[in-house]
Design a protein around this ligand. Sequence first.
Ligand code: NAD
Length: 360
Amino acid sequence: MRTYEVLQERIEEQPSTWLVTGAAGFIGSNLLERLLRLNQRVIGLDNLATGSRANLLEVKRLVGEQKWANFRFLEGDIRSLRDCHEACHSVRYVLHQAALGSVPQSIDDPISYHATNVTGFLNMQVAARDAGVSRFVYASSSATYGDDPGMPKVEPTVGRPLSPYALTKYADEMYADLFARCYGRDSIGLRYFNVFGPRQDPNGAYAAVIPQWVASMIRGEPVHINGDGQTARDFCYIDNVVQANLLAATADDEAAINQVYNIALGEKTTLSQLFEMIRGLLEPRYPRLRDSRPAHRDFRSGDVQLSQADISKATNLLGYRPDRRLKEGLAKAVEWYAGTLTAQPAAELSVVRPATASKA
Ligand code: NAD
């Protein structure tokens, strides 16, 4: 049996308490779903800045009432140390996903990005330390590679950040490294490349490329490519990212701890290829897409031209195997958007508001 399957069995046999920050967001809600399916107790901390109750309600529907009873949602803010302390109480593993995540938005608003992604991260590190959390796994980003021209990207070689967002994620890695040396804390950073899948928000000016394009094609709106279409990314389906988080949380090899890892598929796909793949998947449902073409416009500042990961470090030290390939993942994502963009939201969610929830 493969490492990840064995690990899931082991986790299921020994329920623990996990804190997922950003639980109402795309990646956080997928982590929440997997953990609840594995009969874990989960606390979610989220201020709903970019996440939604709809994501949580979908997880509730998918896992069923019985498993949902193991979840407690704290509507709070990582910019408040008190909220972080409350969330970390009695927690064994932290999966820290909460952040503001858009490169162009960070160029427009660097102060908010610093407050959430750096101060909020530091609050979470302090709260996890004070609560004696066993492992702190956190979302870093491929953006940390900045202007490094090397390809594929290898963890020790980073360039200068190209956006406030990139700098915040690099600062987080330095804080995590410092907490290991100053306070003996165990953490693992995961440099996600372009993650996609169900519950990734397709709306707004800062939406990621896959949900934005799928939604545009479904709605009959134009699809824009920034640049000539040769910009390439390492697109990674969400299930692979969930796998990486569980492996990182439970890794017990000393050499694997207090490290950062590329988490990606390890392949590159150009935006032109991506357009063709998505169109091909949607065309049977929407025959009008057969002759559709993307509209090209200028490159966005802060974006890198080519991004592909070397994933051998995560493979060797964590046992990471990204077994969901791009086409399979795209098919699942497209299926979800096609079903969801026309469906009606419903139902209620029970929320605990920390007595001290900040409105910073
Ligand atoms: P998302 O926006 O869907 O999720 C982020 C969640 O954090 C949201 O639910 C949001 O409400 C919450 N949040 C934001 N500020 C908060 C605050 N001050 N207090 C509490 N909660 C707050 O984004 P995502 O794609 O799920 O990203 C999750 C993490 O992964 C982020 O750290 C992001 O930087 C990182 N990441 C994502 C990708 C990707 O391709 N999606 C790539 C690299 C890194």
